[in-house]
Design a protein around this ligand. Structure first.
Ligand code: GAP
Length: 512
């Protein structure tokens, strides 16, 4: 199966088993807006819980808030979103399709990278054991030619984006002979800037101030509450404020399922530090955040850092944690050292002092900020795509299994009476009624046991508890393991403690 086919299959699976539905599907859907179904909401809540516990509960110097989506319009002037939260867009006159100019160029660069990788694979096959990839990459003429082109395009694009040179962005598209994927033509309009914020009207304030915005990030709710939290919680720098919530962006290139949505959820943390110490904290948070992902056990090789070439004017360091999705390595989380930009801007626009008196140095200053900003939906997609697995079994049958880490699996265990008679359902209900207070359990007595196992595999339930005739005699049940399909007989009285060890968030948190 190609990666593209895998992605299509995954999307269909997510719908079939109640993870994700297209929003307003009966009206043919709404572009790049999705609903989470009965399994999806459980998985999403578990990811949030894992993040919240890791960030807020495990760190004494981080507290959480939940700020409103609507904010005073001045917030977006101060933050720069009103003037600069733009995407450079270009239209193809023949297909009437609109694209982000930088994405078209990045897709072109990805093709160059693909060509280089293909050449390397050819070399590997040709030279076998003796193959030295580094030497090959630095000497093979085809690789070198593509690399030189990649470097040239990258440098031009970064410079054009840094200087808002829209004419140059178009020129790159023309020079690289990039064609519209739909019409196949190069009949492009000029590149224009397009603001990504959704606006709406607020009826109760004066006319001129009545346009308000749906927040495009949760971070500003943290900045404007900096003093409230610092004072009410008596926080001392360095300290952090965390928040999980919805954000909205009128994305033009909305594609790849829940990777780029118009309504999505972020989990952000702003860490306020003494000026001059921000780069040290930046490095610490880079490491801590990567460790958070790795503890999930999806495969360490699936992550990489991508340091920004194009630094925002207020940032002095920025990196992305990227994940290898079926469509390639893409951003999951941004870690940014934002200096004192946001607090200083709010200080200027609100006229309120955004300063902190440092009792250790006896000085007052506007703290610097290191931000960790993670897309919850992207993390969900990363987990789902890494977990999805089609397997051929020894008996020739096939199964689809979601190898979701047990601690965040939507359903932790299924309780299954072997048959629907002989008092087995009653015994199973008894066990279920005991366990449901601690774990999200599912009871199922319909169909053969094999089919029930398959259904649980498909939603990623890590453990099935089977109640058989012997259970009535020996008070033991069989645990069937999702990943290995092995079975183990255990006493009912120990079930709770066995499960607790296997599915508690603590098993992940202790790795951090
Ligand atoms: N406060 C900083 C900030 O918002 P960002 O890089 O624009 O930074 C942070 O966004 C994260 O939010 C991204 O790494 C990504 O995971 C997620 N994100 C951004 N736009 C998104 C979208 N349209 N759909 C889904 N997730 C998105």
């Amino acid at each position: 199966m190609t990666q593209e086919e895998l992605f299509k299959t995954l999307t269909a699976h997510a719908k079939e088993y109640g993870f994700i539905f297209q929003s307003s599907e009966i009206y043919d859907g709404l572009g790049a807006v999705y609903d989470y179904g009965q399994m999806g909401v459980e998985l999403k809540n578990n990811i949030k819980k894992y993040w919240w516990e890791a960030m807020v509960h495990l760190n004494e110097n981080i507290v959480g808030i939940d700020s409103a989506i609507f904010m005073h319009p001045k917030v977006w002037e101060a933050s720069g979103h009103l003037s600069a939260f733009n995407d450079p867009l270009i239209d193809n006159r023949d297909s009437k399709k609109r694209y982000r100019a930088d994405v078209l160029i990045e897709d072109y660069m990805a093709k160059l990278e693909e060509r280089m990788n293909k050449e390397v694979e050819k070399g590997r096959r040709r030279f076998g054991e003796a193959f030295d990839e580094e030497q090959f990459r630095t000497t093979n003429p085809n690789v070198l030619r593509n690399k030189a082109k990649w470097d040239e395009v990258n440098t031009r694009m970064v410079e054009a984006l840094n200087s808002d040179n829209l004419a140059e962005l178009k020129q790159i598209i023309m020079d690289c002979e990039i064609a519209c994927p739909i019409s196949g033509t190069r009949n492009w309009t000029d590149v224009r800037q397009f603001n990504l914020m959704f606006s709406t009207q607020l009826g109760t304030i004066s006319e001129e101030a009545s346009t308000i915005y749906l927040r495009p990030e949760t971070a500003q709710g943290i900045f404007v509450n900096f003093l409230n939290v610092q004072k009410s919680a008596r926080m001392k720098v360095p300290f952090g404020i965390a928040q999980i919530g919805k954000a909205f962006r009128n994305e033009i290139v909305a594609r790849q399922f829940i990777f780029r949505m118009r309504e999505f959820e972020q989990m952000e943390m702003q860490f306020f530090v003494r000026p001059g110490s921000e780069l040290e904290w930046f490095e610490k948070w880079k490491e801590a955040r990567l460790a958070w992902y790795k503890a999930l056990g999806l495969g360490d090789e699936k992550y990489r850092y991508h340091d920004h070439d194009k630094l925002a004017h207020y940032a002095n360091a920025a990196t992305d944690i990227e994940f290898e999705f079926p469509f390639g390595f893409k951003e999951l989380e941004g870690i940014h050292s934002r200096t004192d930009f946001d607090l200083a801007q709010h200080q200027q626009f609100s006229g309120r002092k955004m300063q902190y008196f440092d009792p250790e140095t006896g000085e007052s200053y506007v703290p610097y900020v290191v931000e960790t900003s993670i897309g919850l939906d992207r993390t969900f997609l990363a987990i789902l795509s890494a977990a999805y697995c089609e397997e051929k079994l020894e008996n020739g049958e096939e199964r689809v299994v979601l190898r979701i880490p047990p601690a965040i699996a939507p359903v932790k265990l299924a309780v299954l009476p072997l048959v629907r008679k002989d008092s087995l359902p009653e015994k199973a209900r008894e066990i279920m009624n005991e366990l449901k207070y601690d774990f999200n359990c599912q009871y199922d007595e319909k169909d053969s046991i094999g089919r029930r196992y398959r259904r649980q595999d498909a939603i990623g339930t890590p453990f099935c508890i089977t109640i058989d005739h012997d259970t009535l005699e020996d008070n033991c049940v069989t645990i069937r393991y999702r990943d290995t399909m092995e079975q183990e007989r255990v006493p009912i009285v120990s079930l709770r403690s066995i499960m607790e060890k296997k599915v508690s968030l603590r098993s992940l948190l202790e790795k951090l």
